[in-house]
Design a protein around this ligand. Structure first.
Ligand code: FE2
Length: 244
């Protein structure tokens, strides 16, 4: 089982670029980070624990959070492992439709794993937006209030359906953007999730039924902005390296 610290470190790398190596880049940086991480063998992705005490969050019940983690997130990781084991059996005689289906599922479960780890990793805070991320959002969007208006509107647009709202560092442009998607496999190809909101109904229906607006309010009350800021700092370093 991965540690709490590893979990909080989530959200490093272009989500749609995810491969079997994606899990490894979610791990906390080691002092000697220059060495490439050891490859993860097919079917050996590990679950990451909730990085907070679920009963401590405001407006999000422990029952819902633990169900979300134990069923939806855990299911994605287990299915990713199963898909990878099937992919390992592919040879030149495997029908193309089977390969395509497995690759689609691989991407879906890989992104689900990454995004859920980012989502849980940016919860458990007091919701108070401060520090460098505060200034960056104001610079990018005109004001933090305008950023929040856009982020909330994107979340509301997904209510009753499914999807993700992601504040991303776009590595192609070097700026911060909000992306909304209807599924796990629709994600920015080259960037780092900074703040992730799960808008699948399983994330709120136990507590709020179809009342997704109240869930969005509760989400903002529990954002761990210190983690978002930590991801931003790592993103800035990564982009400097990429431009070098
Ligand atoms: Fe979810």
């Amino acid at each position: 089982m991965t540690t709490r610290r590893d979990f909080i470190a989530g959200g490093v790398a272009g989500v749609a670029l995810a491969s079997s190596s994606a899990s490894s880049v979610l791990a906390a940086p080691k002092p000697k980070a220059a060495a490439a991480p050891a490859p993860i063998k097919p079917g050996e992705h590990k679950l990451v624990e909730l990085p907070f005490k679920p009963e401590a969050l405001k407006g999000l019940s422990a029952a819902m959070l633990t169900s979300h983690h134990a069923n939806n997130y855990t299911g994605a990781v287990k299915n990713l492992n199963k898909v990878e084991l099937e992919l390992a059996k592919i040879d030149k005689d495997t029908p193309g439709f089977q390969v395509a289906a497995l690759r689609e599922r691989e991407l879906t479960f890989t992104n689900s794993k990454i995004l859920h780890e980012c989502y849980f990793g940016n919860l458990g805070g007091d919701g108070k937006l401060t520090g460098a991320i505060d200034k960056r959002l104001a610079t990018q969007f005109g004001s933090t209030a305008r950023w929040e208006e856009l982020f909330r509107a994107t979340a509301m647009s997904l209510g009753g359906g499914s999807g993700w709202v992601i504040l991303d560092a776009n590595y192609a442009t070097g700026d911060l953007r909000i992306y909304g998607s209807g599924g796990h496999s629709q994600a920015l190809a080259f960037g780092q999730p900074l703040l992730v909101l799960d808008m699948y109904e399983h994330a709120y229906a136990i507590d709020y039924g179809a009342g997704h607006a109240k869930y969005i309010d509760a989400f903002f009350q529990n954002v761990r902005w210190s983690e978002v800021e930590r991801r931003l700092a790592r993103s800035d370093k990564a982009q400097q390296a990429l431009r070098g």
